[in-house]
Design a binder for this molecule. Structure first.
Ligand code: TYM
Length: 338
């Protein structure tokens, strides 16, 4: 389904930890650049967060803060729909239905589940296991055509496509089959101290990531500490993961291809390159942080945007859900067919 002849774009971030420049490069930056060309929905997916224990008041605060960071990163509420997932109960209902069209074998193959089950071994709950189905519901409810994500979500998108095709084959075309949009550069920003692992907003050691809201002095310190490799050349190379990651960050934020940066920094040492990178990050984050400070001081405004967003999203979600209920044989509410 296309609205105003524009294709539908949908994405989301789970409010856990702190939004990082990995999330910014892999998701938020693309969102704000794409929103003029697509009919967009951006979700703070708080129902995903509770697969791991959360403190209730922190979760509430963080969900609002993430919405403010979406806005501060350039999401325009006049153009795009921003909302909090739990404000639209249709997500839970469709997720249940889709659970019944998902094979356990498919879920067993999800690498993120295996990683998280290891990381949170004292709380391997059923929600963690069926989380990819909730993500499928998020996407399919809105008939999304395109889903911008980082590389770590590729498998979940593939599962979404399989569930949608299976359902459509059984009941006729109900769901749009979505495409992933994974940009070639920056789809996987790595941890600063351990560049073999992805940068993770829930990392217990905050020195592994740059948060969107990190102060300039903190950015400088973290980049200075970032692991580089033996040698001194500023060159991207499969055996030099640390410097390659820093070059990727530089390239994604400046728009300068890595080959050009290698040329530009050929006479520079690691310390000099890191200083310039830190400055680039600080200057990129400065306007975002300034807008964020203003926004977070006006919670009423953010809540109004989120309420309007949830209303618009609910209307669309309900259309899909009504169709799904009918096709699978649920009895309609009498009040609804009169
Ligand atoms: P989440 O919250 O872990 O991450 C949000 C987005 O940021 C991307 N990302 C990264 N990109 C580059 N480098 C990194 N180090 C990095 N870390 C994270 C993620 O790929 C993602 O695009 N299940 C999803 C949230 C979700 C969702 C959805 C996304 C729920 N429903 C529907 C799209 C559509 C998740 O946990 O992402």
């Amino acid at each position: 389904m296309k609205i105003n002849n524009k294709k539908i774009l949908l994405s989301g971030v789970a409010p856990t930890g702190n939004l990082t420049i990995g999330n910014y490069i892999g998701a938020l930056k693309n969102w704000s650049q794409m929103q003029a060309h697509y009919d967009c929905l951006f979700i703070v997916v708080d129902m995903h967060s509770i697969t791991v224990r959360q403190d209730p008041s922190t979760l509430r605060e963080r969900s609002i803060s993430f919405a403010a960071q979406y806005l501060a990163s350039g999401i325009d509420p006049e153009q795009s729909i921003i909302f909090i997932q739990s404000n639209v109960p249709a997500h839970a209902e469709l997720a249940w239905i889709l659970n019944c069209f998902t094979n356990v074998g498919e879920l067993n193959r999800m690498t993120q589940f295996k990683d998280k089950a290891r990381k949170y071994s004292s709380n391997v709950n059923a929600g963690l296991y069926v989380y990819p189905v909730l993500m499928a519901a998020d996407i399919l409810l809105y008939q999304a055509n395109i889903v911008p994500i980082g590389d770590d979500q590729r498998q979940h998108l593939e599962l979404t496509r399989n569930i949608a095709s299976r359902f459509n084959n059984l009941y006729g075309k109900v769901f749009q089959i979505p495409e992933a949009y994974i940009s070639r550069a920056g789809a996987r920003i790595m941890s600063l101290l351990n560049p073999e692992r992805k940068m993770d907003k829930s990392d217990l050691n905050s020195n592994n990531y740059i948060a969107l809201l990190d102060e300039p002095s903190v950015v400088l310190k973290k980049i200075r500490q970032a692991v580089t490799d033996s040698g001194r050349e500023i060159k991207a190379n499969k055996t030099k993961l640390g410097i390659s990651n820093l070059l990727t960050i530089y390239s994604c934020l400046s728009g300068i291809p890595i080959a050009k940066l290698e040329e530009q920094f050929k006479d520079e040492n690691y310390a000099g390159f890191k200083k310039e990178l830190a400055e680039l990050i600080i200057e990129t984050l400065r306007p975002i942080q300034n807008r964020y400070k203003k926004l977070i001081g006006d919670k009423e405004y953010i809540l109004t945007i989120l309420k309007q967003g949830a209303e618009k999203a609910s209307e669309r979600a309900e259309r899909t859900l009504k169709e799904v209920r009918e096709r699978i044989g649920f009895v309609p509410l009498i009040t609804k067919i009169q």
